[in-house]
Write a protein that binds this ligand. Structure first.
Ligand SMILES: C[S@@+](CC[C@H](N)C(=O)[O-])C[C@H]1O[C@@H](n2cnc3c(N)ncnc32)[C@H](O)[C@@H]1O
Length: 204
């Protein structure tokens, strides 16, 4: 791997609505007029800024490696940089060439809605990957995948635990379409998708 000379900024913007963008993220974005990231963040960028969709990872890594001394690249990422984010892969690969600007994660928003601490809550992701390993004994949170796959993913969890085990299914946290439903896993698995992104908080 070549030595990366430039800097990559990972600016976390929360769920995608203005009210969750931190002043620090807003200030960091003022340095740039071009960004890489998901289209749902376009309305949060500085006026006139260009947003390019995330390229395949190999291409992104090559572009970062090719950054010249003093050159900077800005990525906008969802939620927080430290919670199942591309920011982690970039930090592992490029070390201190990567700057993280924190954001408000979907888990923080869900914990607020439920008035529960997430401090020692195990979290697992089924976003773009199958579930491997055992589910923990107590409560835990699952990051679910593409919306159409959510009912099957919950049905799988219900099969491993119990149809009657209670959970909160949260769609599109922090967005106008936010919807939370509490119930037994068996019932939640039979619901149609009600948004784009979902978290499942499984009760003890
Ligand atoms: C790649 S992870 C990114 C998580 C992000 N870094 C965060 O802190 O929220 C994407 C997954 O997070 C969850 N997620 C992200 N934003 C969400 C939201 N607004 N509402 C519900 N779940 C969300 C979904 O499970 C989604 O599949």
């Amino acid at each position: 791997m070549r030595e990366t000379k430039g800097t990559v900024w990972c600016i976390a913007l929360g769920p995608g609505s203005e009210e969750y963008v931190t002043p620090q993220a807003r200030k960091a974005m003022e340095r740039f007029d071009r960004f890489i990231g998901d289209g749902r963040f376009s309305s949060l960028l500085p006026p006139g800024a260009h947003l390019e969709p995330l390229p395949p990872l190999a291409e992104l890594y090559a572009r970062i490696e090719d950054l010249a001394e003093g050159e900077e690249l800005a990525l906008v990422v969802s939620g927080d940089t430290g919670f199942y984010s591309l920011a982690s892969s970039l930090a592992r690969r490029f070390g201190d060439k990567v700057i993280w600007i924190p954001g408000i994660s979907s888990l923080q928003i869900l914990a607020c809605r439920m008035r529960r601490s997430w401090a020692s809550l195990p979290a697992f992701s089924l976003h773009g990957r199958p579930f491997e390993g055992n589910l923990p004994e107590g409560e835990f949170v699952l990051l679910l995948g593409e919306s159409l796959s959510v009912p099957d993913q919950i049905a799988d969890v219900a099969l491993r635990l119990a149809e009657t085990r209670r959970a909160v299914l949260a769609w599109d946290l922090g967005l106008p379409s936010e919807k939370l439903t509490e119930g037994p896993l068996g019932d939640l698995a039979r619901r149609e998708p009600e948004g784009r992104l979902a978290l499942l908080w499984v009760m003890p």
